[in-house]
Design a protein around this ligand. Structure first.
Ligand code: ZN
Length: 165
């Protein structure tokens, strides 16, 4: 039986910080304020995957208060989440991410993000969709105060060998 999960994340932007989205370092004058590398879409995806199997959320598994996660590559967190799903007997069918950012332009980096996320999840790049949008200069995203991302993930329980006979 497939299960679906949804995730949402926002980080504030500040001058002079590195900007990492979907595992890709993007040259920009601003980056995300965060305990980790602030990879908004990957955090949303972790929450979608955890949500699909009702395993809590990213804050439960990787608390801000834990110094081990300071500046951590969020793809490491995603690999860990994929491992948790695997231990529960689930595999990832497909994931779909939307990033809302006014600046910089995300489009040129989308395919590289898909490759890096697919690699972390152990799925084909065809199972990973990354889309980017602006908010037409409206709201905190439009004012370039922050970046938001949404993710949906479909997972499926792996059929035990005995059931295949
Ligand atoms: Zn986050």
């Amino acid at each position: 039986m497939p299960r679906i999960g949804h995730g949402y994340d926002v980080h504030a932007l500040d001058e002079g910080l590195p900007l990492v989205l979907g595992g890709v370092r993007i040259p920009h004058r601003k980056g995300c304020v965060a305990h980790s590398d602030g990879d908004v879409p990957v955090h949303a995806l972790c929450d979608a995957l955890l949500g699909a199997v009702a395993l809590g959320d990213i804050g439960v598994h990787f608390p801000d208060s834990d110094p081990r996660y300071r500046g951590i590559d969020s793809l490491e967190l995603l690999r860990h989440v994929a491992g948790l799903l695997g231990r529960e007997g689930y595999s990832v069918c497909n994931v779909d991410l939307t990033i809302a950012a006014e600046q910089p332009r995300i489009g040129p980096y989308v395919d590289l993000m898909r490759e890096r996320i697919a690699s972390a999840l152990g799925v084909g790049v065809g199972e990973v969709s990354v889309k980017a949008t602006t908010t037409e200069r409206l709201g905190f995203v439009g004012r370039e105060e922050g970046i938001a991302a949404w993710a949906v993930a479909l997972v499926e329980r792996q059929t035990p060998v005995a059931e295949k006979i």
